[in-house]
Design a protein around this ligand. Structure first.
Ligand code: ATP
Ligand code: MG
Length: 333
């Protein structure tokens, strides 16, 4: 699969005379392959919007290399812009225009056939309300209109910054199925988000950013597997045997933690090696289950943003990429 979006070593420091300097991107890398729905995840202030704005030529980077649809940007932006649809942060519309007026205006300016306006209104679920003024729309309806405007030119690559913002659960589900349909039709979709449960359901692959650097990337299942710790929960017929079972497993080379009524066993290739080790000492397993992790746990671990009781985490208080144990090693694509 060719990459449709490629970023290497992107750097951006905001400089202001009054507020000093703020490093937003610190050698950031990202690769998105064609036909994927790709989740771009990171805590508030980690550099998602800065990345997307830089890609689209709205911010000048301090260094790094970027490609869209196989062409270097920003130099090739005039050539590729017609094949890239994007919404970065909340777009503004004329409040007195209806959705149809808004899209017709944009279609006229962009050489898009008028029939496409009705198509995209239908796609985003705004058909029934298309004649009402935008100022009477809810946040979620404005969000749908924004997606419709990005879809007008039937782009090869669709980039959406926080498309689920303001949508209700039904709207999020519709957005999800729309993204999937678009990917099936051959479009590549990149969406930034911090609604992780949604991303896990919708995305083929993800990039996780923390403090302006990539901390994980790859197919969702791979990222989950790499960071699940590969653990198994093990219960025994007799709970009293847990400590001795733990000793045996540690001797066999597994990392083992004793909990109240089970063991957590990590660092084994196959669960069969657990049962074999224990059975050799007449210890019998009554339950053995892989510990499943979700994207949210991986995200919290990698970005160092898991809540700590009694503390109010401030933005920018994340794990420094490359300095905490599990984030080392530069998993990449
Ligand atoms: N125009 C600006 N001037 C100065 N600093 C900025 C500017 N824009 C962004 N920043 C800073 O750069 C960092 C990255 O911001 P960015 O908007 O890219 O984060 P984000 O990942 O999109 O966050 P969110 O999830 O809150 O949208 C933040 O610390 C932010 O304060
Ligand atoms: Mg943002």
């Amino acid at each position: 699969m060719p990459a449709v979006l490629e970023i290497e070593g992107l750097r951006k420091t905001y400089r202001s005379r009054r507020r000093g300097t703020r490093r937003a991107l610190d050698g950031f890398d990202m690769v998105v392959e064609a036909g994927q729905v790709h989740g771009f995840l990171g805590p508030n202030g980690s550099g998602k919007t800065t990345t997307l704005r830089t890609l689209l030529g709205l911010i000048r980077p301090d260094g790094g290399r970027m490609e869209l649809l196989g062409e270097q940007v920003p130099a090739a932006l005039p050539r590729v812009a017609g094949r890239v649809g994007a919404i970065v942060e909340s777009p503004q519309f004329f409040p007195n225009f209806s959705a149809r007026d808004t899209l017709s205006l944009l279609a006229g300016a962009g050489d898009v056939p008028r029939t496409r306006v009705d198509e995209v209104l239908e796609l985003v679920g705004l058909r029934e309300r298309a004649k009402e003024r935008v100022k009477t729309y809810s946040l979620g309806m404005k969000q749908r209109l924004a997606v419709a405007s990005a879809l007008l030119k039937d782009p090869k690559l669709l980039i959406l910054d926080e498309p689920a913002n303001g949508l209700d659960p039904g709207g999020i589900r519709e957005m999800r199925s729309l993204m999937r349909d678009l990917a099936t039709s051959g479009m590549t979709v990149v969406l930034s988000s911090h609604i992780l449960g949604e991303v896990q359901l919708i995305c083929d692959s993800v990039t996780i950013i923390s403090l302006g650097r990539r901390v994980a990337a790859g197919p969702v299942a791979e990222v989950l597997a790499q960071h699940s710790g590969g653990g198994y929960r093990v219960r025994l017929e007799a709970a009293a045997d847990l400590p001795v079972a733990a000793e045996e497993l540690v001797r066999a080379g597994a990392r083992t933690t004793v909990a109240e009524d089970h063991l957590l066993v990590q660092g084994v290739d196959k669960p069969a090696s657990i049962t074999r080790t224990l059975a050799a000492r007449d210890l019998y397993v009554s339950e053995l289950a892989p510990v499943t992790v979700d994207l949210e746990s991986v995200f919290l671990e990698l970005t160092g943003t898991a809540p700590v009781p009694g503390q109010h985490r401030q933005v920018d208080e994340s794990a420094v990429p490359g300095q905490t144990g599990p984030t080392q090693g530069g998993w990449g694509v």
